[in-house]
Write a protein that binds this ligand. Sequence first.
Ligand SMILES: [Zn+2]
Length: 462
Amino acid sequence: MAPNPQGPEPPPNSTVIDGKIRAMLFLLSPSSASALISLSKYLSRQTLKNSLPRLLLSTMSINMTTHAFAGNHTRSKTPKANSPFSHNSALQTLKSLLSGQAHEPPAPDFKVLPFRKGRPLAGSSGDSRPNWHLGWLNLGDCKSVLENSEVNLSEESFVYLGSKSEEDVVYWGIDVSEANSLVNELGSRGLCFVELRTLMVATDWADDRAMGELAVAGHARALLEWHNLSRFCGHCGAKTIPKEAGRRKQCSNELCKKRIYPRLDPVVIMLVIDRENDRALLSRQSRFVPRMWSCLAGFIEPGESLEEAVRRETWEETGIEVGEVIYHSSQPWPVGPSSMPCQLMVGFFAYAKSLEVNVDKEELEDAEWHSREDVKKALTLAEYKKAQVTAAAKVDQMCKGVGKGHNLATDFNVESGELASMFVPGPFAIAHHLISAWVNQDDGLNGIAAQVKQLSSSLSNL
Ligand SMILES: [Zn+2]
């Protein structure tokens, strides 16, 4: 089965892939990153900062060093078991606070992110250039809001998300789908529940804070949706109960006690490349928005390696035989179908051994070879930045209670200028980076490498 390779999504309308985006692409490729590090060390040793190539300067100015939904700062350092920030210690404190045996403010501070039907609570600030933010509530506030909505709270309602000891905070998620009256109460505070996919498009990928919030929201959504999907034991059918502050579940049947861990669905996503003719294979699914093309993708089967999955899926969907398979990077994808709370997209370059395309129409609408120039054009004509700003403005309006029922997707049509005959997913998707990395290979990575080589040889001649 072919998963949705990170579409359909609002067509990003943008004109220019600017220096920042270009730069970001290089950072995402491990080999290019190491080339940059070597170059940077080399140059600082030689105190030749004035000679830094312009490309490198623009590369360093971008802050996006991971894919969207990766780089979750609340999960990067797991606290030791005896730390007050660990899930078990935090759960004990939570119990005391909920039972009234302890009073806020506790140490550490507890912040709660409510979700409703898979949507995180969000707010927006800034008038001329709105920026969304997550709608964190402190524990006392969360309790009173939910008590007003007649929701019975227990420690099992909360899922531990992570912590930041340097800020003295523990983060929790909670599903409040049952609490209808809460929408109005939170709405009066300028907070509303927004689709994670909308927040993803609205995220300024050069803004570390926003990218960090998106990663936390993705992690929280994946965990909470998994809790909804794993209410019963698959072995004996008894109810499951949360354990370890919601980090796992366990069957309540004493004779079974099966341990259940969060579900993850790995997917290979590959840009198939025709080296000889300098072309890449892009495909369309019928559910894509018009003119959008992307990479091939497919679920990994049991007993299969990643490389085998790349070759099998490419063969099944397009009849093309793949030889060499090169790993690029991976991306958590918590915005797929709700039956899959979190896919892990594992990205590859796949080099074709045969070139004749024979599309499986059950899986794909079309698949075609595209020249590097055509793909480059598709990237440069797509207005990704404009799509981001428009989506951010829309989230702002939603949080302020304006434009209810408005279809967000209608704002993403390319209305003026040269119309792109095709475009590829935006910078929040690994598909974009696989495609851009290939497009920019010659004048990008190889360009930098060439400059290093040139600089090196000119210095050795001194
Ligand atoms: Zn069981």
